[in-house]
Design a binder for this molecule. Structure first.
Ligand SMILES: Nc1nc2c(ncn2[C@@H]2O[C@H](COP(=O)(O)OP(=O)(O)O)[C@@H](O)[C@H]2O)c(=O)[nH]1
Ligand SMILES: [Mg+2]
Length: 242
């Protein structure tokens, strides 16, 4: 098979304490891979502390590092901007704060290459794990992921994890409505499932950050997640009523 291009998309907000370690971990994860990778860093403002660090270290990696300015503010729009502007056959979303497990990165890419439209990193399937993080956020996300898997038969136990790879052309088939938090990954996966796209998952681990501060806003974003939860349930109900 010919090598494919994978655009890794990373939203950042003042991640000077984490970005180098995180890029090193990606470099380690893709070691030996024949695919072509780019890393697309999406930042909100020119004073972001991540930027000078990247300018200093960007030549030490086997991938091109592209800086993209968020077309608006906030992590949701940053991911959307990355998905719209990054060039590649596949788009992979991950974080800058060492939360994701890059040892599975080659497997995510292989599955996508073998015909899956979305491959989900899954903390809540057998073999997956989370380390640390706020109790309520973690348990609500597990409850949402596992219950949706059983209620709707969506082939992932962890729809709320942003760590996923998408076939680029899939994204042209839907209109994205998300506007807050990390709901965008859930929206894309829910809509893809509704239109019969091929989705799968592999176990991953998630670590809470040890440097910098989380900007996750559970109370504000919960209703947004519930919207996609409801959409998935409605697909299932429609199918049962048929
Ligand atoms: N561009 C951008 N990135 C953000 C923003 N908020 C968070 N991020 C990034 O999103 C990723 C995860 O953020 P974090 O606050 O740790 O969320 P948590 O892991 O769910 O607690 C990190 O790479 C952050 O730098 C934002 O407002 N704009
Ligand atoms: Mg984090």
């Amino acid at each position: 098979m010919n090598p494919i291009t994978v655009a890794i998309i990373i939203p950042v907000y003042n991640e000077s304490a984490n970005i180098e370690k995180n890029l090193d971990a990606i470099k380690q994860g893709i070691k030996g891979s024949k695919e072509i990778f780019t890393v697309n860093i999406v930042y909100d403002f020119e004073e972001d502390t991540t930027l000078p660090v990247i300018v200093k270290i960007r030549t030490q990696y086997p991938f091109q590092i592209i800086l993209i300015k968020n077309t608006s503010k906030g992590v949701c729009n940053a991911i959307k901007t990355g998905l719209n502007q990054a060039k590649g056959d596949y788009l992979l979303v991950t974080m800058a704060d060492m939360s994701d497990d890059y040892s599975i990165l080659p497997q995510l890419v292989d599955l996508a290459k073998n015909g899956f439209d979305i491959v989900c990193g899954s903390r809540y399937m057998k073999g997956g794990k989370t380390h640390g993080g706020p109790f309520l956020k973690k348990n609500l996300s597990r409850l949402a992921g596992v219950s949706l898997h059983f209620l709707t038969r969506i082939p992932t136990h962890d729809i709320t994890n942003s760590y996923k790879i998408y076939r680029k052309s899939l994204l042209n088939t839907m209109r994205i409505e998300s506007d807050g938090g990390f709901e965008i990954g859930m929206e894309i996966t829910a809509k893809a499932f509704g239109q019969g796209s091929k989705i799968t998952e592999i176990p991953t681990q998630w670590w809470d950050r040890t440097a910098g501060q989380s900007r996750f806003q559970l109370g504000r974003w919960l209703p947004k997640y519930l919207r996609w939860y409801g959409l998935l349930l409605s697909y299932r109900i429609a199918l049962l009523l048929k």
